[in-house]
Design a protein around this ligand. Structure first.
Ligand SMILES: Nc1ncnc2c1ncn2[C@@H]1O[C@H](COP(=O)(O)OP(=O)(O)O)[C@@H](O)[C@H]1O
Ligand SMILES: [Mg+2]
Length: 632
């Protein structure tokens, strides 16, 4: 028994660790703390949906495969070459010539392997970037096709993660994870074949360690899923928190909430730190475990062979040649390494699948507002708008508009008044079909808007809203907006028309003055003037002004009033304004309350009626009087 004691010791150590591991695993499983990836769709289905993105590049992948085989040749051949001791150490000393030949061959194989690895990674990088950009583009286009209603349901932060991180994970899966997994499988098979050829008894000895390796790997995977998941959740958590709070940072500063926010952030940051520490810990346990198995198998190899040489006994009836010993020694490391990485890559693959599933959930959101197959294109509209008993709810059951009917004739100016939340903005956004109505009909020039192509419909509307969105770029790019080319003269004309030319003229850059994110280097009034110019330039047949004059000082308002008068000549105009003075010259004034039309008519008609409009008007009139008295 004594001569095998070292082997028993090795066995005991491995056994003890295995028991420890299994015990830990069972405990965790009992506590139901074992987490699976958040997945509903089977791997095969996801793979089938992702493959089309890689398919156009099958030639590149084939080239990669060939280069990979060349690179693997080094892993398989070099141990044989190095192990061939008997070829160079002869009875009468070194066979120098043979040594040099072998060094030359070794260097040659190494060079081939390095060069092919180099080109392999270049091809993979290029292909990966192409797949990534195709996927990103598709996703972005798809997101753009979603309706306002659908977009309201997904936080912007999440969409950003989908388009950046998750697409990246898929591209990485093709170019990094899958390719390396294939490579590792090849290496394992190749090394195993070479070992079997050299000495199958020793190979069997090495294989004795494999069940342990498999066991460790299985357990490791359940642990890593858990930590991976936590790390991902915590990262999303921090990202969402950051994106929201960085947007609102000015409010934080104004309300002196920095300390509280800092504490919240520290808390989240700590969460991520702990999750990452746990991840390191799990890997820190798994890798040494595999290393222990590797070292144990090397120990067994050395022990068995060394014992044979010293005692001149035989291992399973044979003397192991020095060549076999050296080659085996090298092969063992080449065997364990890919198995260990394979386990880790399997996790990455699962995580990439999870990303893919998230992306496909977005792809699976069918755009709600699709054109009917026979939807028509409108080159020009007269600007006749009719609502026929329109019912609409953002949330099913909670009616925001209840049977709204009105008719706007071409080139008329119609104003909507009513308390906040009465449905004014909703009416205006239904016209351009930002949402579909549940009951009733909306007609443009007598055609139901559902029969008109959405893009064609929206082209005829110019919207000027209270919160103007400016993109980062220049004044010019923000006015032109679409790709159509306008001459500077046309742009200036539009600016003059809405009296935006005064302030643009004062800028150093003129039309080329830089606009920063959301236009934060301009005042609210200036932004509004720019949005007017933007609308005018595109000569819409219907213009919508939704509280667009709210941010403007009296002086500018006079300018705006002036341009509003001019704009009335361009086409139909729909206005929402709180100051009744802005709208009193409208052809029709519609008063809304809780989604219903209560009164409509001209300013004079409504005043005569002495109804709600009259009350509203008197209220504002008295306010004005008070203001004037105060100023005087
Ligand atoms: N995207 C939305 N989702 C759900 N409800 C909304 C949405 N937008 C507006 N609402 C609700 O619809 C009602 C009418 O809003 P809105 O048309 O914006 O009013 P107004 O412009 O007259 O102030 C409000 O009660 C508001 O809460
Ligand atoms: Mg509104």
């Amino acid at each position: 028994m004594g001569e095998f004691t070292p082997l028993y010791i090795v066995g005991a150590i491995i056994g003890a660790f295995t028991l420890l591991f299994v015990a830990a695993f069972i405990t965790l499983k009992r506590r139901k703390a074992v987490v699976t990836f958040d997945r509903n769709v089977p791997d095969r289905e996801i793979m089938a949906r992702m493959l089309p993105y890689a398919k156009p590049y099958w030639k590149s992948f084939l080239a990669v495969l060939i280069m990979m085989l060349l690179a693997i040749a080094y892993d398989i051949l070099s141990p044989l070459l190095v192990g061939d001791i008997e070829g160079i150490i002869k009875e009468d000393g070194f066979a120098l010539r043979d040594l040099f030949i072998r060094v030359g061959v070794y260097a040659g194989i190494l060079a081939v392997s390095l060069v092919s690895t180099y080109f392999q990674s270049i091809v993979l990088q290029k292909t990966g970037q192409k797949i990534l950009s195709a996927l990103r583009q598709d996703l972005f286009t798809h997101i753009e096709s979603l309706s306002h209603n659908q977009l309201n349901q997904i936080p912007v932060g999440k969409l950003v993660t989908r388009v950046t991180n998750d697409t990246n994970a898929i591209s990485m899966m093709f170019t990094n994870i899958l390719v390396n997994m294939i490579r590792n499988v090849f290496v394992i098979v190749g090394v195993l074949a070479a070992m079997l050829l050299l000495n199958y008894e020793l190979t069997l000895m090495v294989l004795c360690f494999i069940p342990f390796l498999v066991l460790f790997t299985v357990i490791f995977r359940t642990f890593t899923r858990r930590v991976f998941r936590t790390v991902k959740d915590r990262t999303t958590d921090i990202n969402t928190y950051l994106s929201e709070n960085l947007s609102g940072i000015k409010i934080t500063q104004i309300f002196n909430r920095e300390d509280a926010k800092m504490q919240e952030f520290t808390e989240k940051s700590r969460g991520l730190r702990i999750a990452r520490r746990n991840m390191t810990l799990v890997f820190g346990i798994f890798r040494p475990m595999v290393y222990m198995l590797y070292i144990s198998s090397v120990l067994c190899l050395l022990y068995l062979c060394g014992r044979g040489y010293i005692r001149e006994t035989h291992f399973l009836g044979q003397t192991i040649q020095s060549q076999t010993l050296v080659s085996f020694y090298m092969y063992i490391s080449r065997f364990f390494n890919p198995i260990q990485t394979l386990a880790e890559q399997f996790n990455q693959l699962q995580s990439a699948f999870a990303s893919a599933e998230k992306i496909f959930t977005i792809f699976d959101m069918e755009p709600e507002l699709v054109d009917e197959p026979d939807a028509i294109e409108l080159d020009h509209i007269e600007g006749d708008i009719e609502f026929r008993d329109v019912w609409f709810a953002y949330v099913p059951g909670e009616w925001v508009l209840k049977g709204v009917s009105f008719h706007v004739k071409p080139r008329e100016t119609v104003a909507f008044v009513g308390a906040t939340g009465s449905g004014k903005t909703t009416i205006l956004s239904l016209m351009c079909r930002n949402y579909d109505i549940q009951k009733g009909q909306i007609l443009i020039d007598g055609i139901d808007i559902r029969h008109i192509k959405v893009s064609s419909l929206r082209r005829h509307f110019g919207q000027m809203l209270q919160d103007v969105f400016l993109f980062s770029g220049t004044i010019r790019s923000n006015i032109v907006l679409r790709e159509e080319s306008f001459t500077d003269e046309e742009i200036w004309q539009a600016c003059r028309y809405v009296n935006a030319d005064h302030f643009i003229n004062k800028l150093d850059g003129g039309l080329d003055e830089v606009v920063r994110e959301r236009g934060n280097n301009f005042s609210a009034g200036q932004r509004q003037l720019l949005s007017f110019a933007r609308t005018i330039l595109h000569r819409p047949e219907v213009m919508i002004l939704d509280e667009a004059t709210a941010n403007i000082d009296t002086e500018t308002e006079i300018l705006i009033q002036d341009s509003l008068e001019k704009m009335k000549n361009i086409g139909t105009m729909l206005i929402v304004a709180h100051r009744l003075s802005t709208i009193q010259h409208s052809d029709n004034i519609i008063l809304l309350s809780h989604g219903e039309i209560k009164e409509q008519g001209t300013h004079q008609e409504l005043l005569h009626k002495k109804g709600r409009y009259y009350k509203l008007y008197m209220l504002q009139f008295h306010e004005q009087q008070k203001q004037l008295e105060k100023n005087a």
